[in-house]
Design a protein around this ligand. Structure first.
Ligand SMILES: Cc1cc2nc3c(=O)[nH]c(=O)nc-3n(C[C@H](O)[C@H](O)[C@H](O)COP(=O)(O)OP(=O)(O)OC[C@H]3O[C@@H](n4cnc5c(N)ncnc54)[C@H](O)[C@@H]3O)c2cc1C
Length: 439
């Protein structure tokens, strides 16, 4: 379908979970809109994740309120099931999504309100634009990565399964949910694995018969509004793999994984690690234990009848890689010929050429309402709270953004007494033609 010369009230860019949630709330508010998606609905879940990935949260939790997963609610949906879920959701709410359309450029109109939107299918105009293009757009590999072509180096976004790696040992840099899950999969596939562990949180998968998603919910931790200063680089290590289990780095070391500290630099064939492994593990343990303590206190305070779980506080012994951490590793001598960089992502808003960013290109907004009037963001980490980038969190943020848009439309359509009188006597034939096209 050609989109040339269409005028639309609100344009949503991206049809991942954020775009689908946005469409639902805009429809509820009666806001005419279109959603443009360059690939397919929920494409990131199809091709941007490794083969065995399952959701990090159980199916009863990692979903929108309006639809349940068709699996055991305590189970963990596979990535294809998550993609199918959003496709079904979009169908259920009759979302006006156009797939296979890339938004190339958005600029503010010079001579009239709203924005000009250049797409691969023509140029349209929109009063408002919602950027729902995701928090994880550009894989980031730090500048310290060696230039050695004999090494097979990929970002976690390019990892699919152990078979794609050449024979030999592997260094996984980063031990957030992606890094630790990939490292464990490689270890189970028989690889010798070195895992570079930085600062992390590692909540228990479950405690006293409740998943950690439940605990973070009842303890109000998903709703925390601002990230604690200094914790910007603290990742969260959780796993729904194989039915879900607590990430316990000491157990991984006992199973044969070599843990090392933060990867600091490469010098020819030698990689140098920061001497912070013990500290990072200790801080991770503290985070783990603090959640157990908070859960116990909550149970006590509310008189809940949940079984005790003393084994959750048992700690396995430190392996030699923890008691005598490696300072450096000669990659060739250790047989390491692959490096997987599980080092996160950056945003990429090159297409959005408006005044809504700071000097570093970071979106400036308040709960998703952009600094530039008419520009909105959804799906970003900490958009309004800790849960914002996750499936259940984005749905709530999208509702706030849609309500803001509806309120602004109310102001825009206001007519004073003189305008109302003129409209009531205006002959039908001279009424202005409707300009807004819906999908
Ligand atoms: C490995 C991994 C595992 C995760 N697991 C979970 C989990 O278990 N539970 C959970 O709640 N969250 C999880 N997340 C976090 C989050 O839920 C996902 O990243 C999710 O895909 C984000 O949804 P989104 O709609 O914001 O962005 P995306 O899913 O990335 O969707 C953005 C869409 O915008 C499109 N797009 C981008 N630019 C343009 C353009 N210029 N024109 C048109 N279309 C465009 C893209 O094609 C894409 O489809 C995970 C993230 C990662 C990286």
């Amino acid at each position: 379908m050609s989109l040339d010369n269409i005028e639309i009230d609100t344009l949503v860019v991206g049809a991942g979970q954020a775009g689908v949630a946005m469409s639902e709330h805009l429809s509820e508010q009666g806001v005419p809109h279109l959603v443009l998606e360059r690939n397919r609905i929920a494409e990131a879940w199809r091709t941007g994740r490794w083969d065995s990935l399952v959701a990090n949260g159980p199916a009863w939790h990692d979903r929108f309120p309006g639809l349940q997963f068709d699996i055991d609610p305590d189970g963990f949906a596979g990535k294809e099931q998550v993609a199918a879920y959003f496709e079904a959701y979009a169908k259920k709410i009759n979302a006006p999504i156009h797939t296979g359309v890339t938004v190339k450029r958005v600029t503010r109109n010079a001579d009239c309100p709203g924005f000009t939107v250049e797409t691969s299918e023509g140029t349209l105009r929109a009063q408002r634009v919602v950027a729902a293009t995701g928090p994880f757009q550009k894989p980031v590999i730090p500048a310290i990565a060696p230039k050695d072509e004999r090494l097979y180096q990929i970002h976690s976004a390019q990892y699919f399964n152990p078979q794609q790696l050449p024979e030999g040992a592997v260094l996984v840099v980063g031990a957030g949910s992606s890094g630790v899950q990939i490292a464990e999969e490689l270890l189970r596939a028989g690889k010798q694995v070195y895992l570079s562990v930085g600062p992390h949180d590692r909540p228990p998968r479950a405690y006293r018969n409740r998943d950690f998603c439940w605990w973070l919910g009842v303890l109000g931790l998903w709703d925390t509004e601002t990230m604690q200063a200094g914790r910007e680089h603290v990742t969260i290590a959780v796993s729904g793999a194989r039915g879900g289990h607590t990430v316990d780095f000491r157990r991984l070391a006992q199973a044969g994984m070599t843990l090392v500290g933060l990867t600091e630099s490469f010098n020819e064939n030698t990689v140098v690690f920061k001497q912070d492994l013990v500290e990072n593990l200790a801080n991770g343990d503290e985070n783990y234990l603090s959640l157990l303590d908070a859960a116990d206190a909550y149970i006590e305070r509310n008189g809940l009848d949940l079984p005790l779980e003393p084994s959750a506080r048992e700690r396995v012994a430190d392996s030699p890689c923890i008691s005598q951490p490696l300072r450096e590793l000669n990659l060739a001598e250790a047989g390491v010929n692959s490096i997987i960089w599980a080092t996160g992502y950056a945003v990429d808003y090159n297409w959005l050429q408006v005044d809504a960013f700071d000097a570093k290109g970071k979106p400036q907004h308040q709960r998703g309402v952009g600094k530039e009037p008419g520009i909105y963001f959804v799906g970003l980490p900490w958009l309004s709270r800790r849960g914002s980038a996750f499936i259940w969190g984005v749905w709530h943020d999208a509702r706030h953004v849609a309500c803001h848009i509806a309120t602004q439309r109310g102001y825009q359509h206001y007519e004073d007494a003189g305008q109302r009188r003129a409209a009531s006597v205006r002959p039908l034939a001279s009424a202005p033609a409707a300009k807004v096209a819906t999908a």
